[in-house]
Design a protein around this ligand. Structure first.
Ligand code: NAP
Length: 260
């Protein structure tokens, strides 16, 4: 095959300089679209998921089909040891991590009056502590190598709040404070940390919403549709690339204008 008929991903795979992207919650939804997009950009991909082996297997094969290396690791992001093992396995198989995207997240909606402690704790443990665990596990190598880019997935709920989502909004607001602090801490090491805050995106997470809520949401979105996971992945792709080399500590909403 001549050089200029190869896809960018295939060329990157053959190059010793291929970069490694780690994606938490990569098996479905926004994480999946991001893993695929970064693979198309030429990154080797290490992704984790919690339980859906079939979805992970399918994505693993799809990434490999793009001509880059893929590693799927079953991980619970709420458990620091599990995340450390995921990062160590990725580094051993693919090399040092250049880019980390944290997309693993859950909802357990309830009015505060009826919020079980378990739902509060599960959401904070997965969404907020999960981001801490991933960033904590990759940061030392990035600091040593004086480069890296981190994108943490928050939500517009973390910026503006949302009734019945005190747990979720608290976790997503926490991600913003965490990421801005991290950006200040590690900027001098050439590491960038940014936040993407999506509105309503078509994934399994929003598929569970009842029709009334969806209809109301559509009425409040100027673009009159839900977003696609691929649209979020495009933004992440920009944020981990050199095209955004002077952007750090920023929060990007991608929401069809829902909050205007
Ligand atoms: P999704 O389709 O439900 O996918 C969630 C992913 O996270 C799955 O791969 C899941 O793996 C993984 N995951 C969940 N808990 C985990 C854990 N403890 N450890 C490891 N992986 C875990 O969700 P999504 O809609 O793509 O959402 C992705 C991120 O975007 C979340 O942080 C969410 O809060 C945020 N977000 C989404 C929307 C939206 O409208 N969809 C809006 C704003 C923000 P398994 O399948 O194996 O469980």
């Amino acid at each position: 095959m001549s050089e200029n008929t190869q896809s960018p991903a295939a060329e990157a795979a053959e190059s010793p300089a291929t970069k490694v992207a780690l994606v938490s919650g990569g098996s479905r939804g926004i994480g999946r679209a991001t893993a695929l997009r970064l693979a198309q950009d030429g990154f080797d991909i290490g992704f984790c998921y919690r339980s859906d082996d079939q979805a992970a297997k399918e994505l693993d094969a799809e990434i490999a089909g793009l001509g880059v290396r893929s590693l799927a690791v079953k991980t619970d992001v709420s458990d620091s040891n599990s995340v450390r093992a995921f990062v160590a396995e990725t580094e051993a198989a693919l090399g040092p991590v250049d880019v980390a995207v944290t997309s693993a997240g859950i909802t357990r909606d309830n009015p505060l009056l009826m919020m079980p402690d378990e739902d509060w704790n599960q959401v904070i443990d997965t969404n907020l502590n999960g981001v801490y665990h991933v960033c904590r596990a990759v940061i030392f190598e990035m600091m040593k190598r004086k480069s890296g880019s981190i994108v943490n997935i928050s939500s517009v709920a973390g910026v503006y709040g949302n009734a019945t989502q005190t747990n979720y909004a608290a976790s997503k607001a926490g991600i913003i404070g965490f990421s801005r602090s991290l950006a200040k801490e590690v900027g001098r090491y050439g590491i960038r940390a940014n936040v993407v805050a999506p509105g309503f995106i078509e994934t399994d997470m929003t598929a569970g919403l009842n029709e009334k809520v969806k209809k109301q949401a559509l009425q409040s979105i100027p673009l009159r549709r839900l977003g696609r996971a691929e649209e979020v992945a495009d933004l992440v792709s920009f944020l981990v690339s050199e095209r955004s080399s002077y952007i750090t500590g920023a929060v990007f909403q991608i929401d069809g204008g829902i909050i205007i």
